[in-house]
Design a protein around this ligand. Sequence first.
Ligand code: NAP
Ligand code: 3JM
Length: 350
Amino acid sequence: MLKKKDKYNVAIMGATGAVGAEFLSILEERNFPIKELKLLASEKSKGKSLKFKNESYPVEILGHNSFKGVDIVLSSAGASRSLEFLPSAVKAGAVCVDNSSAFRMDKSVPLVVPEVNPHAIEKHKGIIANPNCSTIQAVVALWPLHQAAKIKRIVFSTYQSVSGAGQKKILEMEKQVDEINKHMDNWIAGHHNVDKFLIKEFPHQIAFNLIPQIDVFLDNAYTKEEMKMVHETRKIMEDDSIKITATCIRVPVFFAHSESINIETEKKLKPEEARKILSKAPGVIVIDDPANQKYPMPLDGEGKNEVFVGRIREDESIQNGLNLWVVSDNLRKGAALNAIQIAELLIKHA
Ligand code: NAP
Ligand code: 3JM
């Protein structure tokens, strides 16, 4: 349990990563009540320091003894590091908000999106899980519609940016684009493949391509990312009866994930009603003016905190169906911002 204080000792696990950078930027932006800030990463970051509020903070190597005196841990150093180190943080008395998939489906761990199920944090035993980036932006948009018309079935198709896979993947796409730009005069089919040595992080070339695989394949032929969306959505919306299927695609976009979402509802919901509900929903901005070619795009979502929804229209193939297009910055609402909002809820309830 977090004890009420004016300011808190905060540790960031994975501070040097893509999510870590957003943690620092959002903590500063929201003037989070920090007393002491501890930045944790791997051996590789030994000697590095990072800026926070114009001050330089040294990066420390993560260990089981890193958590003495820490009140809140914001963790984004991968699932295996969360499994290994968060129990030590809890033992030391810290409350942890974990960005990885390690504990999300654990029945004793709340999985929280503050706009949807803030009450769930109350039952925490030291760890609160932050959902997957694609799940977060989806449920922020779907929850108000579920409350109005009860969603029976969801079909997710995602278009996920490379930043969702970490800094090395961002750099890999940059290098591949650079390489292809060298041969810009050769705009004929068959000339847009990069050398094999430029493909290390993703299973295939990502520049000027799409990869229909995010995370590993499971026995049911879905990827783990796809099944994360299925299970996490049901847990957050507290409704195991919703039928869900997902296809997750990596696209050559640097920041912000986009999703085409098809829903079937119990009650009829007209597109104009859905638009009205969503325009009042917390954390949502509706951009839906097809006559003027206005709809959300990843470049609009980049660096923003909201979930943008557009292309709201009837699914004419069924009785009660809607299609939506949902865009959000995967490193902000999809990761760091949601985790910080959870920490703010913890403080409010302390
Ligand atoms: P990233 O850019 O690759 O950064 C990884 C971070 O983890 C770095 O700070 C790295 O430190 C640190 N790290 C790696 N191995 C470590 C070790 N053995 N000990 C201590 N620190 C270690 O990845 P990212 O995009 O920031 O994502 C980090 C994690 O956050 C992901 O693996 C995932 O679990 C989670 N994530 C969640 C969401 C979400 O949807 N909620 C979105 C993205 C990521 P060094 O720099 O020292 O190597
Ligand atoms: C997003 O080290 C790991 O296994 C992390 C893999 C990962 C995850 C995850 O499973 O935690 C990379 C990117 C996620 C996530 O949010 O689920």
